[in-house]
Design a protein around this ligand. Sequence first.
Ligand code: TXA
Ligand code: MG
Length: 358
Amino acid sequence: MNSENRKTEIIKIEEDFFENLLKNDGIKLGAKLIKNGELVAFPTETVYGLGADGLNASACAKIFEAKGRPQDNPLILHVENIDRMYSLIDGDINEYRKLMEELWPGPLTLIFKRSKLVPDMVTAGGETVAIRMPINDIARALIAAADTPIAAPSANRSGKPSPTVAEDVYEDMNTRISLIIDGGATEIGIESTVVDLTVKPAVILRPGYYTKEILEEYLPGIEYDSSILEDGIIPKSPGQKYRHYAPKARMTVYVGNSEQVQKKLLEAVKAEKLNGKRVGVLIFDEDSAPEDADLIIRQGSRNNLREMAHNLFTNLREFDRKNIDEIIAVGADMSTGYGISIMNRMKKSASGRVFLLK
Ligand code: TXA
Ligand code: MG
């Protein structure tokens, strides 16, 4: 099919039992397209994925093309049950069984030594492979029906915020892919936690829903990759080194003492308005909104980081849709693991412009 004049089809699927989903026409079509080497976007509990047959190198190559993704950034293989992963990895992983059985299916990606079955296109030529078993029923049904591991990065154009609703996928992928399966808004809103199990102690390469505190119980001594807490170090997870999650607007984030943050917010909006900019603010319910802002988006209560994460990427895309030039945002408290996960995304969206006020 010629990618220039292809129209991307969207099929809406309502929540249903896994067994019923296997018989759903949208799932059947999606599975057929995957088997034919085409690309299908689908919901997971974290963000929408851009799926291809993970054992078909030329299908996976299409993912890089559709996303504009650098070739050295490997893909995650999504499986439907633990047994399906053994052929993809090499070595004894018995010591991780409890971790896999209790936290899978769920928003957790594990890095193992790869087997020969996995195409170089998936691992970017490396000796490791990332595997995840999602809990979203539509995702699980699609993988089961396609009867192959599905390679799937987030379904955004490279560099943009990850899509958490089908409309966001359409915005980035219309004409580039065959089908979008619309399963409504994703539950979590930020991507899975990526953990490298090929080193000891294990290392968190990308923080996410499962925090260090939760993972410690299964992986004693687990640490964040140094780049997550510090600046200026090239990360080990290749995807972490690129400009990421970025709206078109320039973004600045303030965190810390809430009175100082509130004061700074008003000053920053005023200054940007004097520069003639269209200014958007991303604030908590507890914050008072600067009157002169062009767009005010509330990200929930500062005590409800789940809601903040759920809406973060959609909110960033909304500023772009409203042609905002400057986003002034209030960031999450980083004293909890989930705050670290959210700020990891915000810091990248803001190209590092995060200021801690005391
Ligand atoms: O929640 C998620 O993980 C979503 C949904 C669709 O499952 N997927 C996702 O994929 O976020 P992507 O490609 O946008 O991010 C995958 C991250 C990247 O940072 C990539 O570099 C890293 O995982 N990664 C993949 N394979 C790796 C490997 N073998 N070693 C180290 N990092 C790897
Ligand atoms: Mg991504």
